[in-house]
Write a protein that binds this ligand. Structure first.
Ligand SMILES: Cc1cc2nc3c(=O)[nH]c(=O)nc-3n(C[C@H](O)[C@H](O)[C@H](O)COP(=O)(O)OP(=O)(O)OC[C@H]3O[C@@H](n4cnc5c(N)ncnc54)[C@H](O)[C@@H]3O)c2cc1C
Length: 403
């Protein structure tokens, strides 16, 4: 070890920085530590000092060495400390737990290629899994005794979101490690927004493109994987390919929705459209399933230009925990008593885009009359606001789910 001295204690190894040791026990001479006394005395002295000193800052790592010697360029980017490994062996579901040997914190996509090539050079390659924001629920981003790639590390070296400046069709080239919320903010600066979203935006682009990416605009534009021009993929052979419907189309269709099994997506060219200026955001509450689903069908079949811009459905059951974090605080007591009374209620979440110019006209009509809904609505609440507030809504919701 160049920079640290390892003190092995059974299967636990304490890694003490030489700077720390030199301050107490000796001087560092050209990277080596010189002590007064025999090696044994020094070690005994060091160990007892560490045990009796509780306010020192040392990092504790497991002594299990990696079963292989990684290449120089990624060696210090492979983290093995217990905290990092524990984090990588858990996800949003907390159901499956698989511990990796290490987690790679890549500085660039070339570090990822280096890891893949190294694994392939071994007689028995290890498992590699890319992890976005860890919001899978059944261990999809884990790698038992392998290496998990912390994709979000790539975002630490600057934002990889480049919005096209030309004419339509508008698009943005986005690193797969980026969160959708950051894509929203970057594209809105140009008056543009992706056509198809997820409901919750604190997910990575690579993570949702490896699934499908669905939300209230899917009925109109298809899932996120249908709203791309091209992607860059790093395959299991360590090769980079740019793919589209015309170029390397087999890999394009496999990697999208492929749960990382066909390669690691490193960039996506995401289709954009002019962002709406204002939205009318409505929740309609039903106690009858047929009426609810009838209105939903109507909403998604109305002629496109006059139709809804966002439609989602939800049901609330009279059982705990009742998560009402999507709804304005003032409405929650009324919704809660509705659920208690009915046992089950069905909700359509509906959005209509409009502009500052049409604001007055929009305020005069109830949204149900625009779409000729049959609603025997128990209740409806209407929020009128700028688009940005609507698309950002999900953060409160999820922080509430997590706690
Ligand atoms: C609170 C919450 C809300 C959600 N809301 C929605 C929603 O509205 N719409 C929706 O469609 N889904 C939703 N999901 C599901 C979510 O889209 C998936 O779980 C998604 O995979 C999570 O993205 P992530 O960045 O956390 O990916 P991770 O969970 O880290 O990874 C998911 C999968 O993608 C792979 N992967 C990650 N990055 C890459 C990459 N760059 N290249 C190739 N493969 C990669 C991983 O190996 C893994 O198999 C939600 C999940 C939660 C927990």
């Amino acid at each position: 070890m160049k920079n640290a001295l390892l003190l092995t204690y059974g299967r636990l190894t304490m890694s003490v920085s030489l700077e720390f040791l030199s301050a107490y026990f000796g001087v560092i001479v050209g990277g080596a530590v010189s002590f007064m006394g025999s090696e044994e005395e020094i070690c005994t002295c060091l160990v007892s000092f560490i045990i009796t000193t509780i306010a020192v800052s040392v990092s504790v790592t497991e002594s299990l060495p990696l079963p292989w010697q990684p290449p120089k360029e990624i060696a210090n980017k492979l983290h093995q400390d217990p905290d990092t490994k524990t984090q990588a062996s858990d996800d949003f579901g907390h159901i499956i737990h698989q511990t990796p040997l290490a987690v790679l914190y890549p500085d660039s996509i070339f570090d990822i290629a280096s890891l893949i090539n190294f694994s392939n050079s071994l007689p028995t390659p290890f498992t590699i899994s890319s992890r976005g924001n860890g919001h899978s629920v059944r261990g999809q981003a884990m790698a038992h005794n392998g290496v998990v790639i912390n994709m979000t590390q790539l975002a630490k070296n600057g934002t990889r979101i480049v919005v096209s400046q030309g004419k339509a069709p508008f698009y943005a080239d986005v690193g797969a490690e980026q969160l959708w919320i950051d894509v929203l903010h970057a594209t809105l600066e140009h008056g543009l927004a992706p056509r198809s979203w997820t409901d919750y935006l604190y997910l990575t682009v690579g993570g949702t493109l490896s699934n499908a990416g669905i939300s209230g605009q899917t009925f109109k534009f298809g899932p996120q994987i249908s709203n791309l021009n091209e992607i860059d993929v790093l395959t299991g052979k360590g090769e980079f390919f740019t793919c589209s419907t015309e170029k390397n189309s087999g890999l394009f269709y496999s990697a999208l929705g492929g749960l990382g099994q066909f390669g690691i997506i490193t960039r996506a060219r995401i289709l954009l459209q002019p962002a709406p200026n204002r939205v009318k955001w409505v929740h309609l509450f039903y106690n009858n399933f047929s009426t609810f689903s009838g209105d939903q069908e109507r909403l998604i079949t109305v002629e496109k230009n006059n139709g809804a811009d966002y439609v989602e459905g939800q049901l609330l059951l009279n059982q705990l925990p009742l998560d009402l974090s999507f709804y304005p605080i003032k409405d929650r007591p009324r919704i809660s008593s509705l659920v208690k009374k009915e046992g089950i209620i069905y909700i359509i979440e509906l959005v209509k885009h409009y502009t500052d110019e049409t604001k007055e006209a929009m305020e005069k009509v109830h949204i149900s009359s625009i779409f000729q809904l049959k609603i025997s609505v128990l209740k409806s609440n209407v929020i009128d606001q700028r688009e940005i507030k609507f698309t950002e809504k999900s953060r409160d919701h999820v922080s509430c789910c997590i706690t």
